[in-house]
Design a protein around this ligand. Structure first.
Ligand code: NZQ
Ligand code: ZN
Length: 384
């Protein structure tokens, strides 16, 4: 196992009826800005629960954060924060709202051009405290320090990571997910699954605990994912799905092991260029990465085939190919197509991606930094 240090200070408040407890978490004298997305929270009762929990608090609102949160919109919230001397942000929504709140929190305290935080990785050294009421199990943003922001005018989608933007608390009430359309549930399953794979499908370092934790998240997603689509108001199923998504990217399974975020890095470019949902990009790219890097990932993919999919017979190559095919089938079964062609895209539409990655300093990706431009081109060709 590799050396590591680990801290995760996010308080998770999990379960039915827990939104009311936000009033215990936010300081009474706080000036709170509630940030939310396109309005789903006003239709499913979440907004009412938040408003009634915050009675007596000084509250402002900022709605309209879109999926793949947009820099120019978030900057309007930054102006509001400064105008009203906001000192607490409450993000109510999915990953885009949580990520948006993280950027607002950092940008409001940043000296200089806040886009530098994303594009130039300018260091963040303070942020407004954030609380979260999560309504979409997918990104893990509710329990990590990552944030991904898009810049439409520049056709960029970039991330930053800072301990200062880790939420102080996150309320995870699985009943808030009942109103999600099937597309977003499918997206959430694929996103969480891919997060685990990018921390697991590398090479062995004798870390059996991290391996088994990763495998148990994958197996639980395979078992509960389809049920969550079939029975959208089954509380137990939604609770399991929600906790899987959080555990997939809260730092627990990544400690002491190599990681390969190639799928996400290519995926972000696909969204920046063509506006695909985050998880749609992952469903396309992950099977292609596993296929093209099968040799380098040989041992872990064999383990994945056996322990996650129960594939024990056949040659090594066959078992790995079957496991990749099962991964693809699983994504398709939860409603997320896995080929570029299904989104009416061809190789021509994505051929700029290798150079776009190089421009960002990502000439070499992968757990061994051996995914260079020709390999990325092979991966993109395998996405068609
Ligand atoms: O905007 P509203 O009206 O709220 O509607 C949203 C949106 O249309 C809707 N929705 C959310 N909760 C709902 C609901 N509709 C009905 N009932 C509910 N309970 O769902 C749609 C999608 O929401 P969004 O927040 O965009 O989805 P998701 O949670 O998948 O977040 C995706 C974003 O997170 C980033 C992605 O790149 C993308 O920008 N990621 C963030 C990560 C992180 N911070 O750690 C890691 C991930 O890899 C990912 O990159
Ligand atoms: Zn993701």
């Amino acid at each position: 196992m590799e050396n590591f240090s680990f801290v995760n200070p996010v308080k998770i408040i999990f379960g039915k009826g827990q939104i009311v407890s936000i009033s215990d978490e936010i300081p009474e004298d706080a000036r709170v800005l509630i940030v939310y997305g396109g309005g789903s929270i006003k239709k499913n009762g979440v907004y009412e629960q938040v408003s009634s929990a915050l009675q007596g608090f000084t509250v402002y609102e900022f709605g309209g954060i879109p999926s793949n949160p947009e820099y120019s919109i978030l900057m309007k919230a930054v102006a509001l924060v400064k105008q009203h001397k906001i000192n607490y942000l409450l993000a109510v929504g999915g990953g885009s709202v949580v990520d948006g709140a993280k950027f607002i929190a950092a940008a409001a305290k940043f000296v200089g051009e806040p886009w530098d935080i994303l594009e130039k990785k300018a260091p963040v050294d303070s942020a407004i405290p954030i609380g979260v009421v999560l309504t979409l199990p997918a990104t893990g943003s509710e329990m990590n320090g990552g944030s991904v922001v898009s810049h439409a005018a520049k056709h960029q989608k970039r991330f930053f990571v800072s301990p200062y933007v880790m939420p102080q608390f996150s309320v995870l009430d699985p009943t808030t997910t009942y109103s999600l359309p099937p597309r977003q549930i499918g997206n959430g399953i694929v996103d969480a699954f891919t997060h685990v794979m990018e921390q697991y499908a590398t090479y062995p370092v004798n870390a059996p605990l991290q391996d088994r934790m990763a495998e148990s998240i994958l197996i639980t997603l395979i078992e509960e994912g389809p049920k969550s689509l079939k029975n959208p108001t089954d509380y137990e199923v939604r609770a399991n799905l929600m906790w899987c998504a959080t555990m997939a990217l809260n730092g627990m399974i990544e400690v002491g092991v190599p990681q390969d975020w190639t799928t996400h890095m290519i995926g972000h470019e696909l969204t920046a260029l063509h506006g695909l949902d985050h998880a749609q990009t992952l469903a396309i790219v992950l099977p292609a990465v596993l296929q093209i890097k099968a040799k380098q990932k040989h041992e872990k993919l064999l383990q994945y085939a056996e322990r996650v999919w129960g594939i024990k017979n056949g040659s090594d190559e066959n078992r790995i190919a079957t496991a990749i095919a099962k991964t693809r089938e699983f994504f398709e079964s939860v409603g997320v197509p896995t080929h570029l062609s299904a989104y009416k895209l061809s190789f021509k539409d994505v051929e700029s991606i290798p150079d776009r990655l190089i421009e960002q300093g990502m000439a070499q990706l992968g757990e061994r930094q051996d995914t260079n431009k020709p390999v990325v081109i092979d991966i993109l060709k395998a996405c068609i």
